[in-house]
Design a protein around this ligand. Sequence first.
Ligand SMILES: *[C@@H]1O[C@H](CO)[C@@H](O)[C@H](O)[C@H]1NC(C)=O
Ligand SMILES: *[C@@H]1O[C@H](CO)[C@@H](O)[C@H](O)[C@H]1NC(C)=O
Ligand SMILES: *[C@@H]1O[C@H](CO)[C@@H](O)[C@H](O)[C@H]1NC(C)=O
Ligand SMILES: *[C@@H]1O[C@H](CO)[C@@H](O)[C@H](O)[C@H]1NC(C)=O
Length: 626
Amino acid sequence: MLSSASTNILTVCPSLVSTIAASQSGPATGWEAKALEFFKEQLKEDVQATVPSLNDVPLHYLKPNSLVKFRCLVQDMFDPEFYMGVYETVDPSTNAKMLHCGKYRDVAECGVDFNSRNIVTAERQTFYCVPIPGENQWVKERYAGASQARQLPSTSYVPSRQKRSYEEDEDMDVQPQKQREGHSASQSPTEPSSDCKRQETEAPSSQAATSSHLDLNFPLPGEKGPSCLVKVYENWDGFKLNDTLEVYGILSVSPALSALVDEKDDLIDPTECMETAEEQRVRSPPASLVPRLHVLYAKPLSHNNPLLPCTRLEDNGAFLSSTLSEMAAVREELLSYFTHVCLGDALAAEYLILHLISTVYARRDVLPLGKFTLNLSGCPTAPPYAERLYQIIQQLVPSSHYLGMSLQNMNQLRLVPKKDYIANRLTSGTLQLSQNTSLFLDETQLEQGQLDTTGVRNVTAMGNLISWQKVDYDFNYHQMEFPCNINVLVASEGRSLLPSDCHIHLQPQVSSSHVEEYIRSVHVHPQVSSQLNKFRVYLGVARLLDYSISDDVTKSVEEDFVEMRKDDPQGVSAEDLHRLLVVARLLSLSLGHTSLSRDSWLRAKHIETLRRSRIEQHKSVNGNEP
Ligand SMILES: *[C@@H]1O[C@H](CO)[C@@H](O)[C@H](O)[C@H]1NC(C)=O
Ligand SMILES: *[C@@H]1O[C@H](CO)[C@@H](O)[C@H](O)[C@H]1NC(C)=O
Ligand SMILES: *[C@@H]1O[C@H](CO)[C@@H](O)[C@H](O)[C@H]1NC(C)=O
Ligand SMILES: *[C@@H]1O[C@H](CO)[C@@H](O)[C@H](O)[C@H]1NC(C)=O
């Protein structure tokens, strides 16, 4: 029923337009507010699954002007654009006038009367959105599998635009003629409106070939999936750069959108045009490559784990209590699995769990609280251990990225997003990741050699990410600081260029000649995916839990700390206390406890002692190390 509703909106719209006051613009009122309310109501969870997703259905299978959804990251924000919210057409043969609604579409009907007093200019905001960077395969598969859209006997899944002839395209309710995109309002009345002919001669597929060189500006190399120009009609101040969203909206892929780019030069007096050619290219990419999505409803994602309920945990009492009751048991299983993965080292496995559930939960001034960057040193290099470890983590977390810290990468990769003033866009970089992505830095790839100056700056940028959980975006004349929440794991062989919150030296219980065979035996079998799913839920829930320390426990922790300082004034710093508190927090959460108990505190102290004495041992064997 929803799909029929969605195709109706465009045809319903014009007939309703005449009932609204011509001056209406801005926030939705009247019939429109009701329509939006209807969609929001319909899009409560159960119906969401029936809406086809741009993430898993190829674009040419989706019906133009139908309702689709898109799971994405806001990569860039463009300037607001003006469009004709309401306009009037005149039929040349009968002189009949008709009012139309320009919302939720890019292309107006033929025969716009630009002198009409009924034209209402309105404003909308465009965001450039990309699929969530580093989203892992299991997440994609799970979402696609849960979608009921495929089973619907809907025309949406007939490859529509490939097969349909262009004549048929004309029958659609939106005719390609003219689009407002990127134009300022003052220019609109000057445009001629007589080139329906020219558009018809344009084959819809003709842009695909010419545009293959277009840089889609994905943060990570090798990413796939469409990027999208998401047009927002209300409350756009609520969106932030890097937000992860699921947007529901009307898909617009009119071939006329790209045709306009070539034509613009003829249409507009160049002195009136504020955009550079480069900017036009970026703002108006071919719709076959970068579809437009006119938003009806946008939902911020508080996580991207398809195994967890999409509403807040607190609102899912049954799920939460059953998960919590199993936390300790699942932890045991995960610990034994990780011990295997860590070549028999149970302590390293313990810290790996703590690391994977860590998150920045607050900031005190500039200091991010709760982050737990782990420096895992002593990783064998002969069989490449770090890569194997990454593959295992990839199976467990929703989004992750592996960065081999070779000299070449450090000297050549663009890590930090940079403003390109000519194209007027934010060129993405590897560090433009969504919140809670696991970033795996493989320092075992670092060979002897020189970092050049950009390399040094890139390493510095990485250090800032780890220490302050921020990335300074490069705006040429200044830097803009963006706070972030990225889980960084550093795998190193010996020395590390990077800071970290916690250093654990791997102690393989496997002789070096057997490491290769042993690593190969740590398979993640697809058939044990029910166990994997348990781990995925476990890690996801542990990082979403609230946590507190009661006044009593705070007091006893303080007393304890004073005692520790008495015993060893040099050895116990404020930094150590801070780390101990983070370890205690993560340890509690890993057991499903939402407040610190005396037991967990003691256990945290215990594993910290083990870890530190291991570093001491290692130092005395290997000479001076910081
Ligand atoms: C990131 O994790 C924190 C804590 O678990 C959570 O509150 C936040 O919503 C998450 N954000 C995203 C985009 O996953
Ligand atoms: C990192 O390296 C790239 C490529 O050399 C360079 O363009 C970029 O400016 C560097 N990043 C920083 C933060 O300097
Ligand atoms: C977006 O993510 C990037 C990469 O982690 C980060 O540098 C930036 O601060 C984030 N921006 C916001 C607004 O969260
Ligand atoms: C990370 O591990 C390496 C290798 O042992 C060590 O040299 C470096 O100091 C460690 N960094 C921190 C901050 O713990």
